[in-house]
Design a binder for this molecule. Structure first.
Ligand code: AMP
Ligand code: MG
Length: 321
């Protein structure tokens, strides 16, 4: 993006992440409205505090349905549909396992295998019962918990983009802790960095030029802990209850809507490079950049962005699909 004095940056810390807003006009009131909007959605969707609409649903698990606002219902409907896709690595009912592992939070530990198995039994997405007419959600078994952590930022980034557009803005960028959505395109497009896994926070493998697109990255380096020489990261395999184990360090998705990017990074993490590229052949609207542990960078396709390699220790590799 143009590195000039027309760009105004505003920052805040929300959802446990640094939030950055870029505008092409100096408008603190608008920035304050954007941060308020993000906070309102966080207050509805978080499971990291005692109160939210999602927490109301979780606290009523095994007891009764909970009526929620329409946006929360729609987001849960979308998350449930993604969880029911064949071989999906995404599961909105993964909450009991996320809470038990506490990866990225104080008190993290490796749960005993029998406990993982007990908790796995509480993560069946078909037991998240939606009532369209009542706009309510019911978790049929006590101990079940919804966790929207894998898609909430994408959803909120899209709401920020829509809000800015409604306010008459034509250019803007919102970065929700690495989850980026853009409005319009400044001259030369927006430049977005791809982080180098397990390195300094500002170390980049490369940069992307995009216009009017979202860029979302899920990486095992984002949240993890190490115990007895093993690294445990925060993206769990919903079938085993353990962190997903494959060749990847990160997946970046370029898409129009950030919710798609946020969701697809998880789906693609589960699929790995080869199956992931194959799955995207029928989704030209979703493009992915896989970064492997062997320092390879694989693009599923490259129609909606340009990529500049910034670290020569990484190799660009064509996908074989
Ligand atoms: P993201 O940063 O978008 O990759 O999302 C990671 C977060 O999603 C984790 O911190 C958990 O809260 C949640 N999560 C972990 N594993 C899964 C999974 N298999 N399906 C859905 N959500 C998950
Ligand atoms: Mg995600």
């Amino acid at each position: 993006m143009p590195d000039d004095d027309r760009v105004y940056s505003y920052s805040a810390v929300l959802m446990g992440s640094p939030i950055l807003l870029k505008l092409f006009s100096h408008n603190e009131a608008l920035a304050a409205q954007v941060f308020r909007l993000i906070k309102q959605y966080e207050d509805l969707l978080t499971v990291n505090r005692a109160c939210s609409q999602v927490m109301d649903i979780n606290l009523a698990a095994g007891k009764h349905p909970v009526a929620v606002s329409r946006p929360v219902f729609e987001l849960i409907r979308c998350a449930k549909a993604a969880s029911l896709l064949e071989n999906s690595a995404f599961n909105l009912a993964i909450g009991p396992l996320v809470k038990r592992w506490k990866i990225g939070f104080q008190g993290d530990s490796v749960p005993p295998a029998d406990e993982i198995n007990t908790l796995l039994a509480l993560t069946d997405p078909t037991e998240v019962v939606l009532d369209e007419a009542a706009c309510s959600v019911f978790l049929t078994r006590s101990g079940m918990e919804i966790d929207l952590g894998a898609i909430a930022k994408g959803y909120i980034a899209d709401r920020v983009r829509d809000f800015l557009r409604k306010q008459g803005e034509t250019l803007g960028l919102i970065n929700l802790g690495g989850n980026i959505q853009t409005l319009g395109s400044p001259e030369g497009g927006w430049t977005v960095g791809v982080k180098k896994p397990f390195d300094a926070a500002d170390a980049l493998i490369g940069s992307l030029q995009i216009e009017n697109k979202s860029v979302v990255t899920s990486g095992t380096y984002e949240r993890y802990f190490e115990r007895d020489g093993t690294r445990y990261h925060h993206i769990l395999n919903p079938r085993t209850g353990y962190p997903l184990d494959n060749e990847l360090d990160s997946v970046t998705v370029i898409s129009t809507d950030s919710i798609d990017g946020d969701l697809w990074t998880t789906l693609l993490y589960g699929l790995g490079v080869e199956k992931g590229c194959a799955a995207l052949r029928v989704r030209p609207d979703i493009e992915a950049i896989f970064v492997t542990k062997a320092r390879e960078i694989v693009f599923s396709s490259m129609h909606h962005f340009r990529f500049t390699l910034l670290d020569n220790r990484y190799r660009l590799t064509g996908n074989t699909v």
